[in-house]
Design a protein around this ligand. Structure first.
Ligand code: GLA
Length: 730
């Protein structure tokens, strides 16, 4: 049993391999948080909660004069607004007369093996032998709304997931104006830092570390997508934690819409972490009998630094979040025509590209934007999902048959959630677009957003997409989303329910993805949002590969992929070799370096391979063979950041070690050549200390020597040179 309830002292204890999470029901029915951290066996930890009269704190009616009983200072499992807790609330419940308050007290609980699906939402999963779940029903005695707090424990992965289901059990309608997924209160003060990941289009996932301070540190998105600007993933850690030491907690929201994540330090140094749907404009009507399911949060603990924390998350998400065969199967090595041709292509050009692709060992051709409607630039035709036979005579079927004759799979770009003002779809169904009455509306990249909450829209897209996937025998879809949501208004909802539009939108996206994957379970979806603008645990459920950034400059990618690796599996990183000078930065980077960087991801090419001379084609052939040989180590081995790619000036290094530790690949990229440079020795990680390893030149080292003394790197010379050192156990 990983979840234990002690009836006598009313404690719930959740145990993973290395962590313990405990809460208890106090005599008043409050569910109070006792502890989350390093494993402690068989101990009632409620002694850590010290109830004191804090002076002028609000007391509930049943305190009966006991001024030490106050939700304001007690560690809550799910905070609510209106009854005395003035820290961040998870639940703002508007009672039927309009007052905002909920006072949740324990009613009952259930513990069971396995884990239930979350209705309409992506969520982690596992077999009955791998996960155990707990649901605690908490009730507000006045409104009679019941909140079921959902916990699942994956003991082998040191992961606990949390979410909440809010049920209206009575005959009157109530309204939610916030419904977050999780509240976690650490009541014992400690010096901690919070790490978040900010960015921008073509510069995603920059790590920002800040000491926790009094008040609130909040990251969020109100763009309708998780966004490149902030990511719904954060790490809370010891002030002195680094890659190899220090206690750290990761929190990842399994959600792709607007979100908030916040760390708050209160007046008595208690720390609260909350995460969930962005509450500022959210509302949800709960009619009698209805329930609202919040997204899930993955909580992961490690006592020994970020390296292990990330590797735990990588393993966990590959096994318990990424659904479908590609979670464990290698994704095809692809060539994407975007940077090769942009909108300027036709069947002949694509077949020429395919022929060379096949010759050099590529496994799939992906036809990007521009194959449909009248789309010859980015100003028209989104929504008109029928093939442009002027560009592609014979249509997609002919192209697909040819590609399959060559032995290549076929992948296709869609941007299903959008509509161009200049399109047939917009002419026929202007009401399908998100638009506030009487307002002209905001366009972005000359496109508008479809109201994905409407079943008509979902049905239209499902019909169009499934027909094409079937007809063109697609193995892959690049699912793009290239703008933030404005004008969030739905004609089908009454005035007081317009706050539901954003969440209904993402539920609609999930429903469509689910339907498509149910019909085509072998289809690989690569999610994209102008690059990595929707790279979150929610998308990973449907899309085991995510286009990490529109910036394909290998030197910039070092930073982006470094930041991304803290929270997301290496296998999921969409990464391509593109031309040099690079289209986004104009930078010249050696071919080998571009390949080495792209190999720490899904790997593919995004360039016109027909322009390569014979020597370069041979290089590509060898790169692909090398990647196929290394793929398993790079994608499913442990991943170790050996330097800080975002602050390094001289070089960046990272390595991957196979699961059985018999093979390792060390990658080093020179950033700035130094003449007469110091000796460069890098301490490796993840090896078996007692094993011996040899490199290609026959040098032999013990794992211990490589980890304690380091690997000496040959002098590096030239702009952005890459060195890859492979090690095999002897
Ligand atoms: C976005 C994507 C690119 C490409 C273009 C096509 O920018 O991120 O990879 O697909 O759209 O318009």
């Amino acid at each position: 049993m990983f979840i234990n309830y002690e009836d006598e002292d009313r404690t719930f204890t959740l145990q993973t391999k290395a962590s313990t999470y405990q809460m208890y029901v106090d005599p008043h029915g409050y569910l109070l948080h006792c502890y989350y951290g390093a494993k402690i066996e068989e101990q009632n930890l409620s002694y850590l909660i010290q109830q004191q009269d804090r002076g002028f704190a609000g007391n509930p009616p049943d305190a009966a004069g006991d001024r030490s009983l106050s939700p304001d200072t007690l560690p809550q499992e799910y905070s609510t607004f209106g009854v005395g807790d003035f820290r961040e609330s998870c639940l703002d419940l508007h009672n039927f007369h309009g007052g905002i308050a909920a006072d949740l007290r324990y009613v009952s609980h259930r513990i069971y093996k396995g884990k239930q699906k979350l209705q309409g939402l992506p969520a982690t999963f596992g077999a009955d032998s791998e996960v155990e779940s707990l649901e605690i029903d908490m009730k507000d005695g006045v409104s009679e709304v019941v909140v079921s707090l959902q916990y699942s424990v994956f003991p082998d992965d040191d992961v606990i997931t949390r979410s909440a289901r809010i049920v209206n059990t009575v005959r009157k309608t109530v309204e939610l104006s916030r419904a977050l997924s999780m509240c976690l209160d650490y009541q014992i003060p400690a010096k901690r830092d919070v790490i978040t990941f900010y960015g921008r289009h073509m510069g995603e996932r920059n790590l920002e570390r800040t000491p926790v301070r009094h008040g609130k540190i909040r990251v969020d998105s109100s763009r309708g997508a998780s966004s490149p600007h902030q990511n719904p993933f954060l790490i809370l850690c010891d002030h002195n934690a680094d890659e190899i030491q220090g206690e750290c907690f990761a929190f990842s929201l399994v959600y792709s819409g607007s979100f908030m994540a916040q760390v708050e330090l209160d007046q008595i140094d208690q720390l609260r972490v909350v995460m969930g749907i962005e509450p500022d404009r959210f509302s949800w009507e709960l009619t009698p009998g209805a329930c609202f399911q919040t997204p899930e949060v993955i909580c992961c603990y490690h006592s020994g630094g970020f390296d292990e924390l990330s590797n735990q998350l990588h393993r966990f998400q590959r096994k318990h979040l990424m659904r479908g065969p590609y979670a464990s199967r290698p994704c095809p090595i692809l060539v994407n025509n975007w940077e090769a041709t942009y909108f300027d292509f036709n069947t002949d050009k694509l077949l020429d590209l395919a022929q060379v692709a096949k010759e050099v060992g590529v496994e799939m051709l992906v036809l990007d934007d521009g194959w449909f409607g009248n789309r010859n630039d980015d100003t028209t035709s989104l929504g008109d999902w029928w093939v442009n036979t002027e560009k592609l005579p014979g249509g997609l079927t002919f192209l697909s048959e040819k590609l399959h004759e060559y032995g290549l799979k076929f992948g296709l770009w869609f941007e299903p959630e959008m509509v161009s003002p200049v399109s047939e779809l917009m002419q026929i169904h202007p009401e399908w677009c998100l638009q506030i009455p009487e307002r002209p509306g905001v366009t972005s990249r000359a496109q508008c957003v479809l109201n994905m909450g409407l079943s008509e829209v979902q049905n239209y897209l499902y019909d169009k997409m499934s027909e094409i996937i079937r007809g063109a025998n697609l193995s892959y879809v690049k699912w793009d989303m290239n703008r933030s949501i404005t004008d969030a208004y739905s004609w089908e909802l009454p005035i007081h329910r317009q706050g539901e539009v954003w969440h209904r939108y993402i539920l609609g996206v999930y429903a469509l993805m689910d339907r498509i994957l149910t019909e085509f379970p072998d289809l690989l979806i690569e999610s994209c949002a102008s690059g990595g603008g929707r790279y979150d645990a929610g998308m990973l459920y449907y899309s085991p590969q995510v286009w990490c950034s529109d910036n394909t400059d290998a030197i910039d990618r070092l930073k982006i992929q470094y930041g991304n690796s803290f929270g997301f599996p290496i296998k999921s990183v969409g990464s391509h070799v593109s031309v040099s000078p690079n289209h986004q930065t104009g930078r010249t980077v050696p071919f080998e370096t571009r390949a080495v960087v792209a190999m720490s991801g899904s790997f593919g090419y995004e360039m016109d391979l027909t322009k390569l001379n014979q020597k370069e084609r041979q290089i590509v052939r060898e790169q692909i063979l090398r990647f196929k040989d290394q793929r398993d180590v790079l994608q499913t081995g442990t991943y170790h950041r050996l330097t800080n790619a975002q602050t390094d000036r001289w070089f960046t290094a990272w390595m991957s070690v196979s699961q059985d530790r018999s093979r390792a690949i060390v990658n080093i990229v020179l950033l700035a050549p130094i003449p007469n440079a110091p000796i460069l020795a890098i301490k490796l990680r993840g090896l078996n200390p007692d094993a011996s390893y040899r490199d290609r030149s026959g040098n032999q080292y013990t794992g211990r020597a490589l980890m304690k003394a380091g690997l000496v790197v040959p002098p590096l010379y030239g702009d952005y040179t890459a060195v890859q050192v492979e090690l095999w156990q002897v």
